[in-house]
Ligand binder design. Structure first.
Ligand code: FPP
Length: 249
């Protein structure tokens, strides 16, 4: 496949499970926190590359609803890294017209982190370039539950039977954290694990998966380009078969 063919079949939305920061550090006899610091650098270069390549949406799995089980010192370190990142990178986002958004359960986040996310969101709201969605305190099941609760609160059904009948895939999708964001086309996972890890469970129903053995801090822009080339070569069927003519792309 040549560069033009790959560019003609770019995913609109890419999600990334940035795994392997801890193992990257362990291989070097370094503290896990060093792995996260390097992981942040990798995230920045991938954001830059995705913007350059004309990707519309990039969701980064920064912190899961399960990551609270880690040592408090590691959790604090990741949160402070995110905070510093949001404060420092605003100029970079403005220059590149990148819009920052969030997905996840804000009720579990500290007020200073929420304030920082809100400021980044507000400061970049009008930008029409790449939309970077930070999945922070995010879990797919948690998002689906919150969406179902939103639906029930909003629905004017007279009975539970009426509410049950009104609940469709479209209605639930409308109650997700960012209903205007299209489903991810491509999910990248580093560190060689073949697991979904509660990432975009609802949205990734038909996503293609690109899994690499590389640890996240080693993930390069060439690796990102390789994932885009992999995606371009996939035949997406969305449940149809190749003869039915229902394949998209
Ligand atoms: C996985 O490595 C990574 C995380 C838990 C998230 C940390 C992510 C970053 C620091 C990047 C932050 C990016 C932005 C844009 C704010 P792991 O610790 O699970 O690795 P392991 O499985 O090898 O232990």
């Amino acid at each position: 496949m040549n560069a033009k063919e790959i560019n003609d079949k770019l995913p609109r939305h890419v999600g990334i499970i940035m795994d392997g920061n801890g193992r990257w550090a362990a291989r070097r006899g370094a503290a896990r926190t060093n792995g996260h610091t390097e992981g942040l650098k990798a995230a920045r270069r991938v954001v830059e590359r995705a913007s350059l390549r004309g990707i519309h949406y990039l969701t980064l799995f920064v912190f899961s609803t399960e990551n609270w089980k880690r040592a408090a010192s590691e959790v604090d370190f990741i949160m402070s890294l995110v905070k510093r990142h949001l404060m420092r990178e605003l100029d970079f986002y403005r220059e590149n017209h990148i819009r920052i958004r969030h997905t996840g359960d804000t009720s579990g986040l500290a007020p200073d982190i929420i304030a920082e996310i809100d400021e980044a969101r507000r400061g970049t709201k009008g930008f029409d370039g790449l939309q970077v969605i930070l999945a922070l305190n995010y879990g797919g099941r948690n998002e689906i539950i919150r969406a179902a609760r939103r639906f029930l609160r909003q629905t004017a059904a007279a009975s539970s039977d009426e509410a049950a009948a009104a609940l469709t895939e479209e209605e639930l999708s409308r109650c997700l954290d960012n209903p205007d964001v299209p489903d991810p086309d491509l999910i990248i996972r580093t560190a060689g694990e073949f697991r979904v890890s509660n990432f975009l469970l609802w949205e990734a129903a038909y996503a293609e998966y690109f899994i690499t053995d590389k640890f996240w801090p080693d993930f390069s822009i060439d690796d990102f380009d390789a994932a885009l080339a992999f995606y371009a070569a996939r035949e997406r069927r969305f449940g149809a078969n190749s003869e039915s003519g229902a394949a998209v792309q």
